[in-house]
Design a protein around this ligand. Sequence first.
Ligand SMILES: C[S@@+](CC[C@H](N)C(=O)[O-])C[C@H]1O[C@@H](n2cnc3c(N)ncnc32)[C@H](O)[C@@H]1O
Length: 234
Amino acid sequence: METKEQFSRRGFLKTTGVVLSLFAAATHVQSAIAGTAEGDPPPVKRDPAQLKRLLDEMDAKGYQFWSVPRKDGEFLHLLVKATRARNVLELGTSHGFSAIWMGLGLEEAGGRLTTIEIDRERYDLARKHVSEAGLSQRVTCIKGDAHVEVAKLEGPFDFVFMDADKEGQMDYFKKLFPKKLVPGGILSAHNAIGQANSMKDYLEMIRKHPNFDTVTLSVTMDDGFCLSYRHRIS
Ligand SMILES: C[S@@+](CC[C@H](N)C(=O)[O-])C[C@H]1O[C@@H](n2cnc3c(N)ncnc32)[C@H](O)[C@@H]1O
């Protein structure tokens, strides 16, 4: 069992190369659902100072709302942009911090995010924050149990951020793969280091799945992501 410190030093270096390959794979082959879609919301002109204020306020309350650390939000933003994701799904919105980072990432290439939250208060707050970020056209918030709601969504998605109940990852995977995740798509599970025990079944399965390349990485050198790339050719 690796300690966090060991992971920080060795794991980061080891995964960096694999992540770069993962980026390359995801960006060099044209996405199955890439291209400008009709009816795509145009990028919104927003006041950078106002957006920074909103993100700072949300970040300050991150602990209360279990939201991703800012660095992880920035990483999700970069991932969404770099993979030119166009149909993104988030499980577990909370107050909308990660949703806003990903939504902003979608502004460059176009695309939409659907995010699901079970708690009424957090859902209401997320909608308010998404609106304040000027992302209401791009981000659809759904109030409900993601285990139920995912089954109702058509997809397919090219980027999925799984950040709801950690014990539910395996069920989410079964609901998404193969039909609702495009070949070339990415599954990203948060807290894959800090809460690895809660998603042990999922982590063990996805790491040896023949249709995926999987890496675990940390941006904060603390907790992190399990990132899985679905092969285009199986
Ligand atoms: C870790 S927080 C999400 C943080 C958010 N992604 C962010 O970074 O701003 C997990 C959220 O998932 C929600 N959740 C838990 N189980 C859920 C379920 N079955 N369906 C939808 N949401 C769920 C919780 O209410 C909580 O708000």
